[in-house]
Design a protein around this ligand. Structure first.
Ligand code: SAM
Length: 238
């Protein structure tokens, strides 16, 4: 088993205690990630210490701003190999989470992880955000949307905010470009009925990587025309 003390200490700093079982689940997920990555492109980062900081600790860094010790519904848009959503579910088992992506192969990997770890209150959902955002079962259904490395903030806002309940939040995980993207997104946010709560800039422990968590609140329903058809949000950002 790999050494998770850096993550355990990080979580303790936010008064989050994890059991040995949770850590062994995380380690099994790491093993499956590395094994599947040999045949399917899941991650460019494979060394354990790098995965620990840049995937696992980065995923849980949302605890700086959001309390996940509650039974809330969460969607991870563009989850890829499960970041941040799978890590959040393992560390905060009380959340109910949907891992959403347009690439079925990555979701098939995540379905394998879910069944191997015996997780409940988690499912995968395949589709394009531009289409799923109009489905009755998905539109305005989630208390919280999280998303990392999917699109620039103006585009991401259109892809993600339709999933969020009025009064809910979008948390976008960004790099050092967060500030620039934030100023570019002001029009998109006002059109979509949302506003910025906070930009949280910090460094991950043991890394000089600048990280930005951008917290957005959904204040009113998005007009029905959003999201526009697949590809349009990226081609013609709001
Ligand atoms: N969030 C993961 C991470 O940080 O490691 C994966 C990031 S990966 C660069 C972007 C993911 O978003 C891909 O798995 C891709 O299939 C998905 N994606 C991109 N556009 C999407 C869309 N319009 N609807 C659903 N998924 C999308």
């Amino acid at each position: 088993m790999n050494d998770y003390s850096r993550l355990i200490e990080y979580l303790k700093g936010y008064e989050v205690n994890v059991s040995d079982e949770q850590i062994s689940r995380l380690d099994k997920y790491y093993e499956m990630l590395i094994e599947t990555n040999k045949s399917l492109n899941l991650t460019a980062i494979t060394e354990f210490e790098d995965v620990l900081v840049k995937h696992f600790i980065d995923s849980v860094s949302i605890i700086r701003d959001i309390d996940l010790n509650k039974n809330i519904s969460v969607i991870d848009v563009g989850t890829g190999a499960g970041f941040p959503g799978m890590v959040l579910k393992i560390i905060f088992p009380g959340i109910d989470i949907t891992l959403f992506d347009s690439l079925q192969k990555r979701l098939t990997f995540l379905d394998g992880v879910i069944s191997t770890l015996g997780l409940e209150g988690i499912k995968t959902f395949h589709g394009r955000a531009e289409e799923a955002g109009h489905m009755e079962s998905m539109r305005e259904r989630f208390d919280l949307c999280v998303s990392r490395a999917v699109a620039s903030l103006p585009v991401l806002s259109e892809l993600c905010l339709p999933f969020v309940k009025v009064g809910g939040k979008l948390v976008s995980y960004k790099s050092e470009k967060g500030s620039e993207e934030l100023s570019d997104a002001s029009h998109a946010l006002s059109v979509l009925g949302a506003s910025v709560i906070k930009q949280d800039v910090f460094e991950l422990p043991g890394s000089d990587m600048a990280r930005n968590l951008i917290l957005i609140s959904k204040d009113s329903s998005c007009p029905k025309v959003y999201p526009r058809k697949p590809g349009t949000p990226a081609k013609k950002p709001l």
